[in-house]
Each structure stands twice: as C-alpha cells, then as structure tokens.
Design a protein around this ligand. Structure first.
Ligand code: LAC
Length: 216
C-alpha cells in the first residue's frame, strides 16, 4: 500500500510554539530567539553531516540554543535551557494536522525526521498522533537531505519502490531533497516563501496540509 511520509518539525509540530516560554525568560526576545535557534539548529545538522560528525538532534538543538543566546547577548541560564528543551517535547501541532491524518486513514502514515527518538517519541505521544511508523535519521547517523535518509523510509515501510511514497514537508530544502531522491512530494508553504533554487521542484505546493489530495 502507498504511504504518506511527513517531516516532523515545522510540518506537523510548530517549533515556534516555544516563543511564549522564551519570552517568559527573556521578555521581548522570544521571537528573535526562536528564529535564531531554529536557523542554527538546521545549519548544525547540515554542517555535522558534511563533517561526518553526527550527534543526536537533542544535542544539536541544545547547542544551537546556547549559540543563539550568545548571539543575542542573553544570559546563559542552564535552568532556562533545560525548560526550553522540555518545551520541544510538547510542541503545538499545527491546527490542520489531526484532521488531515484522519482523512488519510486508509493510507500508511509515517514520520521521517531529523529528530532523535528521545525527542520524537514524547512529542508524538503528547500530540496523540496515530502513525504506522516514526522513523529517525538516528538509525543512520546522518541528517536530511542525505539520500540515505529518504531510502530509510523505502526500506522500513517496505514499499515496492520510492515512487510509492508521497512525502510532505514544510521545509522547502527537505521537499526538494525528497524530490531529488525520487518521492512524490508536496511542499506545505504556509508562509508563501519563494522556492529554493536547488534544481528540483515539488510535485505540488500547498498552503495547508488540508489541501493534500486524499483520494488517489
Ligand atoms: C525534521 C526537521 C527537518 O523534522 O524539521 O526532520
């Protein structure tokens, strides 16, 4: 049976739901901190993959937060860092997630994420999402968009070939990485961002998960 495979952070879970908590620790700085944190978190995944120096996403995320505090000249406070790392285990799901997964109930549904199991398992449980598989790059020790990561989904979901997977991500670079690998891909472009110029285009660009085609 065909499968729908979702990216986690930014696609199902709103990483910027940490803004409230950031603001509580550093008033007025929540949005800037959350933005710097997410940007640096992604950069570290790409850099560590190129360096051949994988560490789990939980460590990448903590180190990206420490960098972002230094960048914004905010006091480094271990208690606040611990509290914000806890926030990642209960991120908000986007409002269109539950309904979309319910509409796709006849398909096999999975997550394929950079998240390490110590982060993914709690956030999936907290959101009470019913999925057939939660796949982490941690099994391979390299981050997206390495082709080996998308191949992991083909193997774990035991589909006939890569074209049997529809991949859904709101991260444009991830959508393009998946398209380059050979999946059918939808980019959820909630923010109306321009397409990254990386030589491939997704099969569809949607403004919400609710627009995913379900009857195919
Ligand atoms: C993930 C990152 C890319 O969930 O958001 O894999």
């Amino acid at each position: 049976m065909d499968a729908f495979v979702f990216d986690a952070y930014g696609t199902l879970f709103d990483v910027h739901s940490v803004v409230r908590r950031c603001d509580a620790f550093w008033p007025g700085k929540g949005a800037a901190l959350s933005q710097a944190w997410r940007t640096k978190q992604l950069e570290y995944t790409w850099l560590r993959s190129l360096m051949g120096r994988y560490v789990p996403f939980s460590q990448v995320t903590r180190e990206a937060l420490a960098w972002s505090l230094a960048f914004l000249k905010l006091e480094k406070n271990e208690k606040a860092i611990d509290a914000l790392m806890q926030e990642y285990l209960r991120l908000d799901t986007f409002p269109d997630v539950k309904e979309t997964l319910a509409k796709l109930k006849d398909k096999r549904l999975a997550i394929l994420s950079n998240g390490s199991p110590d982060m993914l398992d709690p956030v999936v449980a907290h959101a009470d999402l019913r999925l057939d598989a939660v796949l982490s790059v941690d099994a391979l020790k390299v981050y997206k968009p390495a082709p080996a990561v998308y191949q992991l989904a083909v193997e774990k979901l035991k589909v006939a070939d890569r074209s049997a997977i529809t991949f859904v991500s709101s991260n444009c670079w991830d959508a393009i990485g998946a398209k380059s690998f050979g999946f059918r891909v939808f980019w959820i472009n909630r923010a109306g961002a321009p397409l990254d110029r990386l030589g491939f285009e997704p099969d569809g660009v949607l403004s919400t998960l609710g627009d995913l085609p379900v009857k195919e």
